[in-house]
Design a binder for this molecule. Sequence first.
Ligand code: ATP
Length: 469
Amino acid sequence: MSNVTVCARFRPRSSKEFRDHNDGVCVRGIDAETFVFQDDKEDELTFSLDRVFYEESPQAAVYEFLALPIMRDAVNAINGTIITYGQTGAGKTYSMEGPGIQDCDEHNKGLLQRVVDGMFAQISSLQDIARYTVKLSMPSLSINEFISNSLRDLLDLSKGNIQIKETKTQGILLSGVTEVPVSDSAEALQHLCTGLANRAVGETQMNMSSSRSHCAYFLTIQQDSVKDKRVKTGKLILVDLAGSEKADKTGAEGRVLEEAKTINKSLSALGNVINALTSGSPSKASHIPYRDSKLTRVLQDALGGNSRMALLCCCSPSTSNASETLSTLRFGMRAKHIKASPRASEVKFAKSQEEPSSATKDEKCGRILEKMKERISNEDIKMLEEVFIHEGIISSLDSVEDVESAYEDIVSKTIQSLQQAIEELQLKVQKLETENKGIQEQALRNQEPGPVGKMSRFISSWYASFFTS
Ligand SMILES: Nc1ncnc2c1ncn2[C@@H]1O[C@H](COP(=O)(O)OP(=O)(O)OP(=O)(O)O)[C@@H](O)[C@H]1O
């Protein structure tokens, strides 16, 4: 099985699809993993994924296969990400939240409520082993021409634009995002409702309650071991992506059309990252364009990093949406080849036993970074910015925080490679010293005279003593 669990979910046909397209269906199920898809030209393609959920598949089945193992791991400090992807109106929000986050019965609950319920149930079964603290945050990448591509805080709308930072030890961080502590499912649900009420909603002809933003739910689960004060943290991210759509098909105009373009652009950036992660030889470190969009930057750790990932490809079964469904499925097939390396988070100790070494190393790097910043000239800065753009590290200089974090990224990588070069040089020096010693010893041995030499040395010393005496 791949590092990424990829499933497809076909929703029931909408009344519009029934009405307009004469019952046409582009998918025929074979079994729980395989189905046959009929494209626009009526060619048949067979797809095999980790699991396929057909229209009658209950929400519980999706949760149990796709999300439960990742939730369990997150409670054990292994980061996980669950993403719903697909065309607008394909069932992403239904899968994530059910028909409504608050007022839905047990049967209809989405992944979000089930993950929260399951997580608190697991935590309560582990009370004797560890004390758990759970925090929730809800950043939303709003696709709105007025708040252009900004990362908003759905739990505190007064926070304008959340900055994305990257640290060596914690990876991607959303600086200043509101993190509310939640102690049970009811409390978490209450905050989720507040956040979702703040989520931007636009309208298109395609789907009257289409969500025009990528929304992420971050659950940070910290465990303090009762026995030995060890602290471990797992991060669980659920992402409900905005839907891709063909503008001509939805009839979107003006602001909604601009939003659709921005959404498609950020989803293409996601596709480009996945393509870069899955193509080329693994030994050749290729450039992954995480910085091309805020979406890919926020998901950087989840994509090919230290995180387990599950992708739910939400699809319409209608022939009228066959081309969109095919592109969703192709995206899923591509994502299956991502190689992630999930591992448990680093263990830290509660303050009294904190290990000083790693903090000191980071502080040292920070000091070096500051010194380098002071010394760098304006001309060098301009040149670096040109290189950043040329190399695709940033797409424009408009985003100050992108440029800043590109500098930090590059400088910290440079420091790392310089440190590595120093270590390599030290090894070389050691080796040369050993070789040198060997050569000197050999030279000494070579100076040792043989029998003829000994005789001539004796004669010359005898001769000298004879004439001087
Ligand atoms: N598995 C399902 N069972 C029953 N109804 C579903 C299912 N999936 C989706 N629906 C219904 O289809 C409609 C569109 O679904 P949803 O809003 O989840 O789409 P979406 O992919 O989130 O769209 P957007 O990207 O535009 O937000 C909704 O009315 C939803 O209730």
